[in-house]
Design a protein around this ligand. Structure first.
Ligand code: HEC
Length: 462
């Protein structure tokens, strides 16, 4: 029996070895050693509509897609080898499918370092939900990246709000952030950010960019639309990634982030809007005291630069500083405090390296560049952030919660005097964590992807 087993293992292992080697040699640099991270993104996603069958997957790997950066492999690998990779990927996908939130997860008390909580599912059946905004009249708005904006009220998810502009929904682009004007109860302004590909442009004819608009919602219709910010057409590009973007309001100012759109050098150029944090007034006008308004070549809305792909922004509830999270390359996700006119270093200094394993720079710090307050190697794929404010979890007061997409984590950073004292994983493996927000009820709301749903954490007894 033992000998038979040994023989069986010996016969099998070279096969297993070979497909893993193929993966390592040809795919790992862009899809990660665990198939779940990197420039090419995760191969373990559950919502693969365009690659529904094994044959779709086989022909996709063979022909690639040059525009989005996926190489063709038909001249490097035989059909048999590609087929074995297809099987290998499907095996890994099956074993890595996120643990569904079961009734037992929902019912159980989870004991973290400083608080015990239970998970409640608030709404499901969402498609790549991206952001949420709580409404003073109860419920919230939720954006889905494909371009739908919906309202959740009295346990019901509305049909999509009509009249929202057509978005460019591809890879990381689509309908992204939503936020309410600070005086929303009086003026009802809702702000949206999205990527767009207009039919006519003076820039790259296939290109598109990012836009911020505001409007009002009346009887599930989008009305009174105004453009608040748009990137000028000469900067349009058809790279469907690194859009950022988040919004954060402070007094009469609106801060927002845009990623480098896949061109590292953009982030250091003041005549380019990408890879920056911007500051404008709530109606889109440019504040006169912005740091680069007197530089004729600079984009006047720039507030800070050298920011790779920032997808989290929030103000510290007591100290009032603007905190930011940004995606690093391979390694080097960052948490920063954003200050006027400062350089955050991308790509001159970073704790990460290129996706193919080659270095970007040996430098992790330099004169004139602000160091991150905290960084993750390997990357967690930092997305939304939120300072917790609410009565139900007194020990979490003013702690920073950080969403991690790739590692499927919600993290809690304990902060004292602007320093990070500890970094705790609060949720793991319930799906990609896109955003986190303190609700008006004091509970902590979390947006999960794959499958798209919103849950909240409510206190439980130890
Ligand atoms: C040079 C980098 C690079 C390499 C090497 C690479 N890929 Fe990709 N791959 C990408 C990029 C970029 C995408 C597009 C990502 C996106 O759509 O978000 C992609 C997408 C994919 C997708 C579709 C994923 C999706 O969610 O739509 C599959 C499947 C895939 N790659 C398989 C492979 C396999 C198998 C190999 C090795 C034989 C490989 N890739 C090697 C960069 C790469």
């Amino acid at each position: 029996m033992f000998v038979r087993l040994l023989l069986f293992l010996m016969l099998c292992s070279p096969l297993v070895g070979r497909v893993q080697d193929l993966y390592k040699q040809h795919c790992m640099t862009c899809h990660g050693s665990e198939l779940n991270r990197g420039l090419g993104g995760s191969l373990l996603k559950t919502d693969w509509k365009h690659l529904a069958s094994d044959n779709d997957l086989q022909s996709f790997i063979a022909s690639g897609n040059q525009r989005i950066g996926m190489p063709a492999f038909s001249d490097k690998l035989s059909e048999k080898e590609i087929r074995s990779l297809v099987i290998y990927i499907q095996e890994q996908r099956k074993s890595a499918a996120p643990a569904p939130i079961t009734n037992s997860t929902l019912g159980n008390s989870i004991h973290s370092e400083e608080e015990s909580f239970k998970i409640e599912r608030i709404c499901s059946d969402l498609k790549t939900p991206w952001s949420m905004a709580f409404l003073p009249e109860g419920g919230f708005l939720v954006s889905e990246r494909s371009g739908r904006l919906r309202m959740f009220h009295k346990r019901e998810l509305s049909k999509p709000i009509s009249g929202i502009p057509k978005v460019w929904s591809e890879v990381q682009g689509g309908l992204l952030e939503i936020a309410l004007h600070p005086n929303y109860p009086q003026n009802k302004w809702v702000y949206l950010t999205f990527s767009e590909k207009p039919e006519q442009t003076k820039g790259d004819p296939n290109g598109g960019s990012l836009k911020i608009i505001r409007g009002r919602i009346e009887n599930l219709k989008w009305v009174d639309q105004e453009t608040i910010f748009e990137v000028s057409e000469s900067f349009y590009t058809n790279r469907p990634f690194h859009f950022g973007t988040r919004l954060a309001f402070k007094g009469d100012y609106l801060f927002f982030s845009i990623g480098d759109r896949g061109v590292q050098e953009n982030a250091q150029r003041l005549d380019n809007p990408y890879g920056k944090i911007h500051r404008i007034h709530l109606d889109g006008s440019i504040p006169k005291d912005n740091p680069f308004v007197t530089d004729a070549n600079a984009i006047p809305s720039i507030w800070s630069y050298g920011n790779r792909n920032p997808q989290g922004l929030d103000f510290h509830p007591i100290r009032g500083q603007l905190w930011e999270s940004e995606h690093g390359p391979r390694g080097g996700d960052e948490i920063n405090i954003i200050k006027k006119g400062k350089n955050y270093g991308w790509p001159l200094v970073t704790y990460g390296m290129n996706y193919n394993g080659t270095p970007i720079t040996s430098k992790t710090e330099a004169d004139g560049i602000i160091d991150p307050l905290h960084y993750w190697v390997p990357s967690i794929a930092t997305c939304g952030i939120d300072f917790y404010e609410g009565a139900p979890f007194p020990n979490w007061q003013n702690d920073l919660f950080v969403a991690g997409l790739v590692t499927q984590e919600l993290r809690r950073l304990k902060i004292e005097d602007g320093k990070i004292l500890s970094d705790e994983v609060i949720l793991k493996n319930l799906g990609r964590v896109r955003d986190v927000a303190s609700g008006p009820d004091g509970f902590l709301y979390v947006i999960l992807n794959d499958p798209g749903q919103i849950i909240r954490l409510v206190p439980s007894t130890r």
